[in-house]
Design a binder for this molecule. Structure first.
Ligand code: URA
Length: 211
């Protein structure tokens, strides 16, 4: 597992406004969207490309374009949906699949309750969207599900991460270079209620209001 903390000043600025409890829902949504686009730029550094012959107004040349099979973007329901537009704005040719994960409060294991993905993910490069990496149970289960379907590599884009969650991904996937986390910050810890500290609160509630 590789961890990439994108500590660009613009990212830190937007993240600070997101963290602020006085930031209202419309502003939170817009800033989360902008932040995801900036993180997506970092996360796609190793997106697969192939050569492409073109003719400029001056001469012929070989450029590149995003290779087939196209990248697959997978938001984890519900809060990951708030990150989708920020990602597809940067990679409009990506395909989009959906994964709904729920945690069994007795066994504490995450299981899949909804899934809209190709059956065969062989050779696919996957970008998972999950705003808050807290205990890591959900993200670990999602990555395992995608790798079991044949995914070639998985990059998880998280607005915020906690050391507990990063450690779980690390112990689950070891040194393998085919799992990467890209995040705006690695926070201090989880509190007794499982919230990231200092964090930004409940990302789903702040994006969509409490339901
Ligand atoms: N999920 C959230 O939305 N916030 C946290 O702090 C932890 C998990």
């Amino acid at each position: 597992m590789r961890l990439h903390i994108a500590d660009h000043p613009l990212i830190s600025h937007k993240l600070t406004v997101l963290r602020d409890r006085t930031t209202d829902s419309p502003t939170f949504r817009r800033l989360a969207d902008e932040l995801v686009t900036l993180l997506a730029y970092e996360a796609t550094r190793e997106v697969h490309v192939e050569p492409r012959e073109i003719t400029t107004p001056v001469t012929e040349m070989t450029g590149v374009r995003i290779a087939d099979p196209r990248p697959l973007v997978v938001p984890i329901l519900r809060a990951g949906l708030g990150m989708l537009e920020g990602m597809t704005r940067l990679v409009p040719t990506a395909e989009v699949g959906f994964l709904g994960m729920v945690r069994d409060e007795e066994t504490l294991t995450a299981t899949t309750y909804a899934e809209r993905l190709p059956d065969d993910l062989s050779g696919r490069q996957i970008f998972v969207l999950d705003p808050m990496l807290a205990t890591g149970g959900t993200l670990a289960a999602a990555i395992r599900f995608l790798l079991d379907r044949g995914a070639r590599d998985v990059v998880a884009i998280c607005l915020l991460t906690a050391p507990e969650g990063v450690r779980l991904i690390e112990t689950t996937f070891g040194q393998s270079a085919n799992v990467t986390i890209v995040t705006a910050a690695l926070d201090e810890r989880l509190n007794e209620k499982g919230y990231i500290v200092p964090g930004l609160g409940d990302a789903g509630d702040r994006l969509y209001g409490v339901v």
